[in-house]
Design a protein around this ligand. Structure first.
Ligand SMILES: [Ca+2]
Length: 109
């Protein structure tokens, strides 16, 4: 299973003043694998992509990204994660694209 999550309008510029939250569920015995693709472009220090463990946005933050080229791949500790995308009232970029999959084998990451 591989799903993609993109910022609104990607690869066109994302909207200003938005706050989107996605909740990601894997089967109970699996871990979520998030692969941040290289075409990452958020207005540095004003727009943020934040990812955390569990389902409560804002809690247990794993990573908070802004700016450019945030290529990376990581796995959750549990079977749920939240993803939030917040932008301010000025400046924009092409946003982000993520691959989301799940695994029971961390060695495959
Ligand atoms: Ca902005």
């Amino acid at each position: 299973m591989l799903e993609e999550l993109k910022s609104t309008y990607h690869p066109q510029e994302y909207p200003k003043d938005i706050n989107c939250v996605w909740k990601i569920y894997a089967p109970e015995d699996k871990l979520i694998v998030i692969n941040i693709y290289p075409e990452f472009d958020l207005e540095e220090q004003y727009d943020f992509l934040t990812i955390g463990e569990g389902l409560d946005a804002g809690e247990d933050i794993v990573i908070r990204l802004t700016g450019f080229n945030n290529l990376r791949k990581f796995a959750s500790k549990g079977s749920t994660m939240w993803i939030s995308f917040t932008t301010d009232s000025t400046g924009s970029g092409i946003g982000f694209r993520l691959g989301i999959s799940h695994t029971s084998d961390l060695e495959g990451i």
